[in-house]
Design a binder for this molecule. Structure first.
Ligand code: CP
Length: 313
């Protein structure tokens, strides 16, 4: 009967049961995606607005496809094509969209907490599609689904997250999700990009890539988020590449032969990861993108059942 909540704003407030329910439903959604006609009438009558105030390739298009696959009506709004450019506030924009009988708003915004702000003030369900450096819950859920397909259990799975952890909403959601599932996480970055306030999350810290690589089941690589850095956190990009770029040579020298590679995209080839690895048989990067459609179909379905059939109470 769906999730007993109006909004999906972060991994922090999702229970393990809710995560499992999203993943199980996503597996059913994958079946729809294997049909010759990849469409089900499940969300007929539901209207979704995708409000993206930051650029996106994967999240926006997989939400749009998920909505189409389930027969929802949907509209897309970007900062560049909306009256935000004329000075309209985010709340006014959202209220005007809601006045068009929209049931769900998928929101990406550079301001941390903006989906939470809207969720408190709107009747429509709000899904966080990435808020600044804060959270990116649907990315973490599709990552967890991708990992589940490749490993029998999360218990004691050894995962290293490598790169610009400080500015990454993906890493924060992923750490929260993977810890709930029982995985062991090592964070690897230069000290300026590795915030020590993550210590209470029960993660290990490592500044050396060579020391991080051995014994890991998954290496999750992050790009340097130049657009969120108001000051310089690195002496030079050249030095970062020398010390932290995952090259084929380092992978073969230090990592396990069975290690799998993940990256949320967009990839900056030759900076955080060598093309030879991103395109190799170790890479799950495109599998992550494929999982994204099913996971977003699942979330849209589970959040709207409450609206269509009432809450569990
Ligand atoms: N992973 C991710 O959020 O990609 P986009 O920015 O392209 O949506």
């Amino acid at each position: 009967m769906g999730l007993d909540r109006k909004d999906l704003l972060g991994i922090q407030d999702l229970s393990i049961d809710e995560i499992e329910e999203i993943l199980t439903t996503a597996e059913h959604m994958e079946e729809i995606l294997t049909r010759p006609i990849k469409k089900a009438p499940t969300l007929r009558g539901i209207t979704v607005a995708n409000l993206f105030f930051e650029p996106s390739t994967r999240t926006l298009n997989s939400f749009t496809l998920a909505e189409k696959r389930l027969s929802a009506d949907s509209i897309n709004l970007s900062a560049a094509s909306s009256s935000v450019l004329k000075g309209e506030t985010l709340l006014d924009t959202a209220k005007n969209i809601q006045a068009m009988e929209v049931d769900v708003m998928v929101v990406r915004h550079s301001m941390p907490g903006s989906p939470h702000f809207l969720a408190k003030r709107l009747k429509a369900s709000v899904i966080n599609a990435g808020d600044g450096c804060h959270e990116h819950p649907t990315q973490a859920l599709l990552d967890i689904m991708t990992i589940k397909k490749n490993f029998p259990s999360f218990k004691d799975l050894k995962i290293a997250i490598i790169g610009d952890i400080k500015h990454s909403r993906v890493s924060r959601s992923l750490i929260l999700g993977l810890k709930k599932m029982g995985a062991k996480i090592t964070l690897c970055a230069p000290p300026t990009l590795l915030p020590l306030w993550l210590e209470p999350f029960g993660v290990e810290f490592e500044y050396s890539l060579e020391k991080t690589l051995p014994g890991k089941d998954i290496l999750y690589i992050l790009r340097i988020q130049k657009e969120r850095q108001e000051e310089s956190f690195l002496p030079s990009l050249r030095e970062y590449i020398k010390n932290y770029s995952l090259t084929y040579e380092k992978l073969r020298k230090f990592a396990s032969k069975e290690v799998l590679i993940m990256h949320p995209g967009p990839i900056n080839r030759g900076i955080e990861i060598e093309s030879r690895i991103a395109d190799s048989e170790y890479s799950l990067v495109l599998n992550q993108v494929t999982s994204g459609v099913a996971v977003r179909m699942s979330i849209l379905y589970l959040l709207t059942q409450r609206k269509l059939y009432g809450s569990k109470d």
